[in-house]
Design a protein around this ligand. Structure first.
Ligand code: SAM
Length: 279
């Protein structure tokens, strides 16, 4: 079923709670890796125990990555190096992108073994639009920096995905409601674990729900895109046309306003001609 593993870097997604979500291919690669680069060896040892193997592990986390990266890159020339994080997909709010960058620069094989990711799993639970989404990860914890980060993303027409901790959840939801408007949202908690739940509602309702009882466990917040602005009314159209007619002939004025206000060009042209006649 599996060809012999060539030397290189293997980015291996691991479960976000339920160990049954480790894919057979991920298990195969972890079983045959010459070394597994890990965030926390206790967490990965537990996973390896689950599949009945012992492999050499080396720590690779935010505090030592710059120091140990060159050694790992060198090993990829003739060994199978697997990268895992404590849970989910490496590189997603977790270390790893510089390892991939340097492995590529050194000409090594880079293989990904896709699997669980809390962001995507939460998106599938919330019942909000999935056609366009933006992964934000963790917002800054300080209130001012968090508000600034929220105002940067307020106009983006996409579903937003954020990671957050239980103690900060209510304050974060309140800040989101203030900065984005009271949008529909979902709080997905403990995905794939015994107490998995996804609670949906307006941001303000969710903030109130969790204000006095910060939830335990791991959390993803999903926020709906901004609602489409209401279609421009006749008064807006007339004002825009009147202004455009000061610069443009009726057909061009109608075309410009139709595009900007998403209105019917023919109707606007007729209105523009009438307005010219009224003058
Ligand atoms: N790389 C991981 C991934 O692919 O999802 C994310 C790592 S990030 C450091 C950890 C955060 O992911 C948690 O604080 C939480 O916000 C979210 N998370 C991880 N597992 C989760 C779960 N089972 N349920 C809900 N959120 C989870």
């Amino acid at each position: 079923m599996y060809a012999e593993l060539l030397p290189g870097l293997y980015i291996v997604a691991t479960p976000i709670g339920n160990l049954g979500d480790l894919s057979p291919r991920a298990a195969h690669i972890l079983s045959h890796a010459d070394v597994v680069a890990v965030e926390d060896s206790r967490v990965t040892a537990n996973l390896l125990r689950h599949i009945g193997v012992k492999r050499p592990m080396t720590p690779y986390h935010d505090h030592n990555a710059d120091g140990v990266r060159p050694g790992l890159i060198a090993r990829m020339g003739n060994e199978v190096v697997a990268l895992v994080s404590d849970a989910g997909t490496p590189l997603i709010s977790d270390p790893g992108y510089k390892l991939v960058r340097d492995a590529r620069a050194a000409g090594h094989l880079v293989v990904t073994v896709p699997g669980p990711c809390a962001a995507v799993a939460a998106l599938t639970l919330a019942g909000l639009p999935t056609d366009r989404f933006l992964f934000i990860g963790f917002l800054p914890s300080k209130a001012h920096a968090r508000s600034e980060a929220i105002s940067e993303i307020a106009a983006i027409r996409a579903t937003l995905i954020l990671y957050e901790s239980g103690p900060r959840l209510s304050a974060c939801l309140t800040a989101l409601a203030e900065g984005l408007g009271d949008r529909e949202a979902g709080v997905a908690r403990e995905i794939t674990k015994r107490f998995e739940e996804c609670v949906t509602g307006r941001l303000s309702e969710l903030a109130a729900r969790y204000a006095d009882a910060p939830p335990k466990g791991e959390i993803v917040i999903i926020v709906a895109p901004p609602e489409a602005p209401p279609p421009a009314g006749a008064e807006d159209a007339d004002a825009a046309l009147a202004e455009a007619l000061t610069r443009l002939p009726p057909a061009k004025a109608a075309g410009e306003v139709a595009k900007r206000l998403k209105l019917d060009r023919r109707e606007l042209y007729a209105r523009a001609m009438a307005m010219k006649g009224e003058r």
